[in-house]
Ligand binder design. Structure first.
Ligand code: SER
Length: 349
């Protein structure tokens, strides 16, 4: 018998770190796939870690031979800022990579005679607010509104949401046996900017939040690349993990849509600055907006409406603004750099 496992792609990233720790505590057998060798600290927590690319179909085929996959968390992705430096490569990784994993999930579902769950993180980057004035006026945005992404990453995420819907509901719809074969159970969350106490993101456009905090804790000067009034929704990593796992666990009868907004709190870069300065008064933080990255952030909503996730499967963040910074991020980050004085490289994205 092949071992029943959870597959995590992009396992070395920020979400992967938190997710592996959480699932390992529940004794879930995990197989990871990442283009880089898995972080040494995570290796004891997984059954197997594979270095490889989501574009490598032979590798993916071999994975299926050796494992029975019951859930896929497909986290591998090129984030919004990085993707703009080579949009076509980002498209290949973000879209073709997702297509490969969806196909693998359908095949697995058919072999097993039951739907494999496919949990996919999407993003506020799928939105494109028409102007800064309207962004301010509109406030919370629902899943079906303003889906006019302006970045390659946002376009990729929005399209992959549709691909997920297609593979789970309409795959090979003209085939004679199409309605009887089980297909993938695709479930997707649109995340706001994420802030982790352990890691910093690589190549995102909401990174100024976590970067400001991590730089201040390390005594590294930091210049914030957006204006002080720039407002986005954010969430701390434990809540992001909670949302992914709760969505995965939700009974299928509770899932009324395949794509859900989730959020915790919204705040401006100035408010992040004030919180950080209060915690680390020696911090050297300046504002030097980069007009091009600013333009991207200005198209992302100030807030999202996550009432569907709350109503359907009981989504509720554990961390509000106060608790996120004072009860979690600041103490954890202080502790992190006290024990590990080596610095995290703040990405010069
Ligand atoms: N945090 C991501 C980024 O900035 C958006 O999902 O690219």
């Amino acid at each position: 018998m092949r071992e029943q496992v959870i597959l995590i792609t992009g396992a070395n990233g920020e979400i992967g770190h938190g997710l592996i720790r959480y699932l390992a505590e529940q004794n879930c057998p995990i197989v990871t796939l990442d283009v880089n060798p898995l972080d040494k600290a995570l290796r004891p927590l997984v059954s197997k870690w594979i270095v490889g690319d989501v574009l490598d179909q032979i590798l993916l085929g071999r994975l299926v031979v050796e494992h029975q996959i019951r859930t896929i968390y497909h986290l591998a992705s090129i984030l919004s800022t990085k993707a703009e430096y080579n949009p076509e490569t980002a498209h290949r990784i973000n879209v073709e990579g997702t297509l490969n994993l969806l196909r693998l999930a359908v095949e697995q579902s058919q072999w097993q005679g039951q739907s494999v769950k496919f949990i996919y993180p999407s993003s506020i980057a799928v939105y494109g607010m028409p102007s800064l004035e309207e962004k301010r006026r509109i406030g919370k945005v629902k899943e079906g509104e303003y889906t006019f992404p302006t970045t390659m990453y946002g376009c990729n995420k929005l399209y992959c949401e549709s691909l997920g819907r297609y593979y789970s509901k309409h795959y090979r719809q003209l085939a004679a046996d199409a309605s009887t074969e089980p297909t993938v159970d695709f479930r997707c969350l649109r995340f706001p900017g994420l802030i982790s106490a352990e890691t910093i993101p690589t190549g995102g456009t909401s990174d100024y939040g976590p970067e400001m905090l991590h730089a201040a804790a390390q005594g590294i000067p930091y210049s914030c690349f957006v204006r002080p009034d720039t407002t986005l929704p954010f969430m701390v990593m434990p809540d992001a993990i909670k949302a992914l796992v709760k969505l995965e666990e939700a009974d299928v009868s509770k899932i009324s849509q395949q794509v859900y907004n989730v959020t915790s709190f919204s705040l401006s870069a100035q408010e992040i600055y004030e919180i950080v300065m209060q915690a680390f008064p020696q911090a050297q933080i300046t504002f030097e907006p980069d007009p091009r990255r600013q333009k991207i952030v200005d198209t992302w909503p100030e807030d999202v409406d996550d009432s569907a996730a709350r109503a359907d499967w009981g989504w509720q963040p554990d961390y509000d603004l106060e608790h996120a910074f004072q009860g979690f991020l600041i103490p954890k980050i202080r502790e992190r750099y006290a024990h590990k004085p080596e610095t995290i490289d703040i990405a010069k994205s």
